[in-house]
Design a protein around this ligand. Structure first.
Ligand SMILES: [Fe+2]
Ligand SMILES: [Fe+2]
Length: 504
């Protein structure tokens, strides 16, 4: 019997709310303890000593085998967008970060909560039949905590309690974006990298349209020029502004390449929006970038200005006004005290700033346009047909490791039937771009997991299990064919000079 089954069998559905409340009390106590720690795990030398002993490395191999078993339970449950694919993509991003920063000590153990961060959705799904998303879906983090605590129980005496606390804390705060410790911030980074860019777009089509029925039609609405509904609230009714919200409201990420990567992902989303939005709506979606802001009155910013959020170096821009505006808005991105309580920064600044709080950096906006134009010039419109756009969308959101019920498939298809022929053509272009880019990302993620899988330690074991659970291996022939189409654009994206923020 799986651990998930054991937990759910133990608690009856009627007692779920009570059960949740009791875990919250316990977890919140741990959070208030850990919040004051701001610890990176290295302050206590004995922890690193413990970590480097061969017998403890072997213990960790056994632990990750247990972790992998729980994740395999996702074949039976797991909602779209938070399925096995999400966990594996998240873990690949975590390995990438580990390699980039050359972390070779006890902090490596953040990989474990990275893979488990959304495991609570297994239990949530079993009790409530669904999984809450957007800014309201925070319960699953407590359930991930509870599940992991049970998973770690047999190891209780053998892993130092302090390390266990760091892992549990990272799980509880992953959705809130309030993590103070290294491990919590590393877990958050990997998760946030799945909130923007083409991977996020695939997840949102599946979860927000497929499951929660957000409309995919695009309408003229002057309100969304300057303001966007918060994800998961009643006003959040349309998919495209939902995708846009995440592009504009991403918390800063840790790591020497954290903000650079975030800008790349934003450029991908912006390119998708440019390609799949009818041209007369570009001015609505990208009003802030297209300098349609003359009438906007900026508030006095002196109260919210934060030294840390200043760009490290001033870049010159072809759009001096935009650049200045960008700096003003960037200064707002540092969350205000007491308001920093979600992963999506929606409370970071007063609501009246609307989408302006996340205006794209001029360099990011430029890259998005280059990416979109380059793809468009190589796209063959004769590949479009009504059937193809549906097939492409299902392929884009339904690769191996994803969970798509028949209801979700039907919902998605019927949504496409509601949009005009012109919108379908635009969507086909945007989806072709996204699908191609998704495959190149998958290749890269697969390569990093394969590289780690060759090592004979617990990290190798974890990477092996992830590949096993995994996602489609994009085929090499495809990659060669696609090379000429995307390589230039991706290379540009990687070498572009994005403004870097001082985030540490
Ligand atoms: Fe989550
Ligand atoms: Fe997640």
């Amino acid at each position: 019997m799986s651990l998930v089954d054991k937990i759910t069998d133990h608690i009856s559905s009627d007692a779920y709310e009570e059960f949740l409340a009791s875990i919250k009390t316990e977890a919140d106590a741990l959070v208030s303890n850990m919040d004051s720690a701001e610890d990176n795990l290295l302050s206590d030398e004995s922890l690193n000593e413990w970590f480097s002993k061969p017998e403890n490395q072997r213990l960790l191999t056994r632990l990750v085998q247990d972790v992998s078993k729980v994740i395999k339970d996702y074949s039976d449950y797991g909602c779209p967008g938070h399925d096995k694919r999400h966990l594996v993509k998240d873990l690949a991003a975590a390995y990438d970060f580990l390699q980039e920063e050359q972390i070779d000590d006890v902090r490596q153990m953040f990989l474990i909560p990275s893979l488990l961060h959304d495991a609570g959705r297994l239990i949530e799904e079993k009790f409530t039949g669904t999984s809450k998303g957007g800014v309201i879906g925070k319960d699953h983090a407590y359930l991930s905590y509870f599940l992991t605590k049970n998973l770690l129980e047999p190891y209780a005496k053998r892993i130092p309690q302090k390390i266990v606390d760091h892992m549990l804390y990272a799980l509880i705060v992953h959705q809130k974006g309030t993590g103070k410790t290294f491990m919590a911030q590393a877990v958050q980074r990997a998760d946030r990298e799945q909130l923007v860019g083409v991977e996020a777009i695939a997840r949102m089509f599946a979860f927000d349209t497929g499951q929660n029925s957000l409309f995919i039609n695009q309408t003229k609405n002057d309100d969304v020029k300057w303001d966007l509904p918060l994800p998961g609230t009643d006003d959040d009714t349309h998919l495209f502004p939902h995708i846009e919200f995440y592009m504009r409201n991403l918390f800063p990420n840790i790591g020497s390449k954290g903000s650079e990567r975030a800008e790349q992902l934003k450029a991908e989303t912006a390119a998708f929006l440019l390609l799949s939005t009818p041209e007369d709506l570009h001015i609505q979606t990208f009003a802030p970038e297209m300098q349609e802001y003359e009438d906007i009155k900026f508030p006095d910013l002196s109260d919210v200005y934060h030294e840390k959020a200043k760009p490290q170096e001033q870049k010159t821009s072809r759009f001096p006004l935009l650049s200045r505006l960008y700096r003003i808005v960037t200064s707002l991105r540092q969350p205000l005290p007491n308001e920093m309580n979600t992963n999506h920064q929606e409370n970071a600044t007063p609501q009246s700033f609307g989408k302006f709080k996340g205006i794209l950096a001029p360099e990011t906006w430029e890259q998005a346009k280059i990416l979109a134009n380059q793809y468009k010039s190589r796209y063959d419109p004769s590949t479009y047909s009504d059937a193809n756009v549906k097939m492409l969308l299902l392929e884009f959101i339904g690769s191996k490791g994803t969970y798509l019920s028949n209801d979700i498939r039907r919902n998605i298809i019927s949504q496409i039937d509601t949009i005009s022929d012109y919108e379908k053509r635009m969507l086909h272009l945007g989806l072709s771009f996204s699908r191609d880019l998704q495959k190149t990302h998958d290749l890269k993620d697969q390569a990093i997991l394969e590289k780690f899988a060759q090592t004979r330690d617990w990290k190798g074991q974890l990477a092996k299990s992830a590949l096993d659970i995994g996602f489609d291996s994009p085929n090499i022939k495809w990659a060669v064919r696609m090379r000429h189409k995307l390589d230039d654009a991706i290379l540009r994206l990687r070498t572009a000079s994005f403004p870097s923020l001082n985030l540490r």
